[in-house]
Design a binder for this molecule. Sequence first.
Ligand SMILES: Cc1cc2nc3c(=O)[nH]c(=O)nc-3n(C[C@H](O)[C@H](O)[C@H](O)COP(=O)(O)O)c2cc1C
Length: 158
Amino acid sequence: MSLDSREFRNALGRFPTGVCVITANPEGHEPFGMTVNSFASVSLDPALVLWSLQNDSECFEAFEKADRYAVNILASDQIAMSNLYAKKGDHTLDKAHYTIGRHGTPLLRGALTSFECDIWARYPGGDHIILVGKVESMQNNAADNPLLFFSGKYRELR
Ligand SMILES: Cc1cc2nc3c(=O)[nH]c(=O)nc-3n(C[C@H](O)[C@H](O)[C@H](O)COP(=O)(O)O)c2cc1C
């Protein structure tokens, strides 16, 4: 069966998701971040999560070098941050936007929750690679209103 790719993309967009910024600071790279909505939970014991990365991303090589990353679940007031780290050309984290977590990864200030993960496995996934992470530490913050994404637009819980 051959699918129209635009139609397929639009149909996938009808699944409402949260928005995350994946952050990392592998050796030889400035701390950087990339906006994703492919985050999902995988396993409770061991504690595993996943997200998928486009093979042609500018960040691909840096994630290949990384042993770990952090998943930062964005709050509803972080649309500007989502747009900033979805921009091609420069994924370097603004110094004012992060702190370093217990496990050594950059954690975004103001995120709902951040998970620090060791990379557990990488699986091929067509034009993406699936990065499974083992959660080593997590931080819940005061914000509790998530940023949502649905049909190509940001949304908020009402
Ligand atoms: C809401 C949202 C969700 C996204 N989800 C993903 C994702 O799950 N995986 C991915 O590789 N890129 C995702 N992107 C695209 C990247 O954030 C970024 O725009 C793209 O990677 C830019 O190209 P570059 O990586 O070559 O700089 C998403 C962008 C937005 C705005």
